[in-house]
Design a protein around this ligand. Sequence first.
Ligand code: DGI
Ligand code: FE
Ligand code: FE
Length: 191
Amino acid sequence: MDHDRICNINEKVKKALAADQRRYIHSVAVANTAMCLASCHGADLENAYIAGLLHDNAKCIDYAEQKAMCRRFEIELSPLEITNPYLIHGKLGAFLAKMKYGIEDISVCEAIKWHTTGKPSMNMLESIVFISDYIEPMRHHADNLDRVRRLAFEDLDKCVTQILSDTIRMLEANNRPIDPMALRAHEYYTK
Ligand code: DGI
Ligand code: FE
Ligand code: FE
């Protein structure tokens, strides 16, 4: 891994998340988890680490500003994202990964973009970031975490399927709206 490059991105993301130290700690934990999964499954270690480090880079921008940035940069928002703005940080974060953090690898930006909802037929890096966000060591609220953590190192698709099922069940139980992309992902992985 390119040490100087990682340190540079790390310093920038630490600043971007300075308002919420736990978010920065979570991001480093996701980076480390993603790197472990990448080495287990044969994905690129540096891309996995950087995508993990940057996945929540837009999370500390307030919602009005996130929406304003999306308007300014012509990032399209769905009606659900407008009423549930915590869903915006993936696509805005993917844009900023390119424009602010200088990430040229599109696959890293795509993994950031889909980390909250998932999507049908995720590639290895997308699956790794999606899973790492859910299983990093500080996470402890979700159902079936022991099983999900084991599956992460055994079978990425089975792991993604379990996370999508558990997330949708949790959202339904709490009467929260489900993003169409999350539904499509769930349909794809359970078919
Ligand atoms: O940013 P993080 O908190 O690290 O994690 P995240 O980006 O995966 O966001 C997690 C939250 O997003 C969690 O409360 C579940 C929620 N979420 C995931 N998929 C959907 C969703 N919320 C809605 N309303 N609809 C979804 O499809
Ligand atoms: Fe997130
Ligand atoms: Fe996260």
